[in-house]
Design a protein around this ligand. Structure first.
Ligand SMILES: [Zn+2]
Length: 486
């Protein structure tokens, strides 16, 4: 039977709860973005409130991509130059801005501040639906084809781009809700389905759809990959429901409210989050705190004992912080040591947590291990985001970050470097830990994709042409055979 929930009509002038305002004010890029449009520095210091902030004392961590960590003094930034420089006033709304997303600022502000109102008014679920209509929020948003795809949600070839189109841009909500249901987490943890749905919609909404790469589709892709790893024999026979709940939550929220620029950019533009988190894992700390904010706001676990909720929040942080690519070598060394000693015991909760960290790290950077038609799209998207950052850096006469210069860097070089120095070492160790068909498949695709990028590079250098029609693939709206209902 079809279940239909009619949401109550809420007064538009409902006062905003204090905890919502403080959460939004303190940590959300989206709500704080208007600060960067204003010329008054006092606004900034007021907004920072009790946080002691003296940028001249800060020593910046200059973290290169590809896991190459270097420390560089901030002495290069002369205070007088900074004083007259437009860094502080970079309007984060200009990042990846598109005409259709511009909208009147006042309306957007209101939307960001009213959490439940935002859910009601801004969710893509409800766009175009007259408000007086009943809202079918349990499963009527799936098309038949999307449902068919979910039957193969554990396939490594799962096409998240197609799934996102079939769900009208709701891949993260649809996929995560489905997995929660499939793992029996809703029953086991006695989750309120409306609260769960509301939480997931808020998570999806707090990803920036303007980001070419760090958006909700990436989060959905990471969640799907996490599901594939959770099903691997070594994990599935030892993980508890708590571990699975945590793993899926971490995957879905691990890049929450990502601004589409990296940590060095936030540091050199004196973004308040860089000061708040002392230039260390700035983005990851923000993703984690944003996730905690939404968990509390939604009340998803409000029925659980407080100690369980706090444990959940803390472990969520430990998983999300592990995705900081600048700490890759620490995790990899630890992983290797365990594998060399053969001392990983998944009966041990600490060891299981470590494996969840490694699984999330793999899921986060598994793009090069997907089939070419998917992998290639991710590569182009991440390069677009890097180059956009580089363009802004050039515009404001900042040093262009590594890999962000569209004049000298290329998608081929970026990918070959990333695969060689970041992805391959991680997936080789993962394959030692979980020596399965999936691990072999991932390493196989990694090798093939790297060869494809190398081939493209060679053709460019030999012909001077930067396009190769033979290697170009067109997106198809046709559901691939593997997803068709039998
Ligand atoms: Zn990510």
């Amino acid at each position: 039977m079809e279940v239909c929930y009619q949401l109550p009509v809420l007064p538009l002038d409902r006062p905003v709860p204090k905890h919502v305002l403080s959460r939004r004010g303190a940590i959300s890029f989206s709500s704080s973005s208007s600060l960067f449009g204003g010329p008054d520095p006092r606004q900034l210091s007021q907004r920072r409130g009790a946080i002691s902030y003296d940028s001249s004392d800060q020593t910046a961590l200059y973290i290169r991509m590809l896991g190459d960590v270097r420390v560089r003094s901030r002495l290069g930034f002369e205070p007088e130059r900074r004083g007259s420089h437009p860094y502080l006033y970079i309007d984060f709304r200009i990042l990846h801005s598109r005409p259709e997303s511009a909208g009147p600022l006042s309306a957007r502000k209101v939307r960001r501040l009213l959490s439940f109102q935002r859910y009601l008014h801004s969710s893509r679920f409800f766009r175009g639906a007259p408000p007086q209509n009943p809202l079918y929020i349990l499963d009527d948003d799936y098309t038949g084809q999307a449902k068919c795809m979910l039957e193969k949600v554990g396939s490594w070839n799962f096409d998240i781009f197609l799934f996102d189109r079939l769900t009208n841009g709701n891949s993260l909500v649809s996929l995560t809700f489905h997995l929660f249901n499939q793992y029996g987490l809703i029953d086991l943890f006695q989750l309120d389905m409306v609260k769960l749905r509301r939480f997931l919609v808020m998570v999806q909404e707090d990803y920036h759809s303007q980001n070419p790469y760090h958006n909700a589709v990436h989060a959905a892709d990471v969640t799907q990959a996490m599901h594939c790893y959770l099903k691997e024999p070594k994990l599935s026979k030892s993980l508890t429901s708590w571990d699975i709940l945590l793993g899926l939550l971490a995957a879905a929220t691990h890049d929450l409210d990502h601004p589409g620029v990296n940590q060095p950019f936030l540091i050199k533009t004196n973004h308040y989050l860089a000061a708040l988190y002392k230039n260390t894992s700035v983005l990851e700390n923000h993703h984690w705190r944003s996730a905690v904010g939404l968990l509390r706001e939604s009340g998803l676990f409000a029925h659980l004992p407080v100690e369980d909720r706090l444990k959940m929040e803390s472990q969520l942080g430990s998983l999300i912080l592990a995705t900081d690519i600048s700490r890759q070598n620490d995790y990899l060394a630890q992983f290797r040591t365990h594998l060399d000693k053969g001392d990983l015991c998944l009966g041990n909760a600490g060891h299981r947590h470590f494996i969840l960290q490694m699984a999330l790290k793999c899921a986060d950077i598994c793009n090069p291990c997907r089939p070419w038609r998917l992998s290639k799209q991710w590569s182009e998207k991440v390069t677009e985001e890097f180059f956009h950052q580089g363009d802004i850096e050039k515009k404001y006469k900042l040093d262009v970050s590594p890999l962000c210069d569209s004049q000298t860097d290329t998608v081929e070089n970026i990918q070959i470097g990333f695969m060689t120095y970041v992805a391959e070492p991680l997936f080789v160790e993962w394959g030692r830990f979980s020596d399965t068909r999936l691990s072999q498949t991932m390493l196989g695709y990694l090798g093939l994709n790297k060869a494809s990028w190398r081939g493209k590079l060679q053709e460019q250098t030999s012909s001077g042409d930067d396009t190769d029609p033979a290697l170009e693939e067109t997106d198809s709206e046709v559901l691939p055979q593997e997803y068709r209902c039998s």
